[in-house]
Ligand binder design. Structure first.
Ligand SMILES: C[S@@+](CC[C@H](N)C(=O)[O-])C[C@H]1O[C@@H](n2cnc3c(N)ncnc32)[C@H](O)[C@@H]1O
Ligand SMILES: O=C(O)C(=O)C[C@]1(C(=O)O)C=C[C@@H](O)C=C1
Length: 243
């Protein structure tokens, strides 16, 4: 599957449908996410390095909301622990098929299971590393606490959760500033004002950002003993939560 340039929102749309990870989005996804998420490549690289440090022998590493598997492949390239398996899950059939196609041409070092499922429905067990890279923001808010509790319970002692999210700020001026800077980032990456505004409309009520404090509270409520930001670029951040 070749990745095309994202021009989904380039022309004026009479009606803007809610954003979904359908075939059209999947065909441009690598380009879209790199030009939309500040620091995306740096986070993917770091997920690989964190997996190298935290993957335990005979354990599972989960990539939840794996899309086309960027985080899975970064982990696979770095993990040295014996007898690990990566479980990559997504509830977009187009993403799962795209990732499976991509894996066809790649050498198998660590086994990878690509599963079509809703991450709220799967069981999580024997996990040394769990990645939620810009996925939780799409899960309905009312389901997030019970889901994060399941993540915590599935982690082995000394396990790690890497949680990357678009954040909002409780301070209105900071929120406006960060949002404006994110839009400037997108413009610098070649998106027009029309593309930025139409995508923003499509993501309303679909991508629901929360504050850092809300995430930390939820992680602590679930049992995590520590949850700290290790990366932030404007309103996009990544948290390491330790069991
Ligand atoms: C922004 S993308 C994630 C990017 C990916 N983790 C990466 O690092 O390239 C969000 C993904 O989460 C998936 N997703 C959203 N809600 C989900 C759910 N409830 N269960 C499974 N996957 C979900 C979407 O289909 C989409 O592929
Ligand atoms: O907030 C935006 O404008 C985005 O485009 C962000 C975001 C994300 O964080 O997942 C939204 C949808 C696409 O998956 C790529 C990026």
């Amino acid at each position: 599957m070749t990745s095309l340039k994202d021009s989904i929102y380039a022309d004026p749309l009479g009606e803007i449908n809610a954003f979904t990870f359908d075939e059209t989005v999947v065909s441009v996804f690598p380009d879209m996410i790199q030009r939309s998420v500040p620091g995306y490549n740096a986070i993917i690289t770091a997920i690989g390095l964190l997996a190298k440090r935290y993957a335990q022998p005979n354990s599972f590493c989960y990539d939840l909301g794996c899309s086309l598997g960027a985080a899975t492949l970064a982990m696979r390239d770095q993990i040295e622990a014996e007898n690990c398996r990566i479980i990559a899950v997504d509830n977009s059939q187009s993403m799962v098929s795209g990732f499976k196609d991509k894996l066809q041409g790649l050498p198998v070092s660590i086994p990878i299971d690509v599963q079509f499922a809703d991450i709220r429905d799967i069981s999580i067990e024997n996990a040394s590393v769990i990645v939620l890279n810009f996925t939780l923001q799409f899960v309905p808010i009312e389901d997030r606490q019970s889901f994060i509790r399941k993540v915590y319970q599935g982690l082995l002692p000394n396990g790690i959760l890497i949680l990357s999210e678009k954040l909002k700020s409780a301070d209105e001026r900071q929120n406006t500033l960060q949002t404006d800077m994110h839009h400037l980032f997108k413009k610098a990456k070649g998106y027009s004002d029309l593309e930025i505004s139409q995508k923003r409309t499509a993501l309303e009520n679909v991508l629901i950002p929360e504050t850092l404090n809300q995430h930390q509270q939820r992680l602590h409520n679930a049992g995590f003993s520590s949850a700290e930001i290790w990366f932030q670029y404007f309103n996009f951040a990544s948290i390491i939560a330790l069991k």
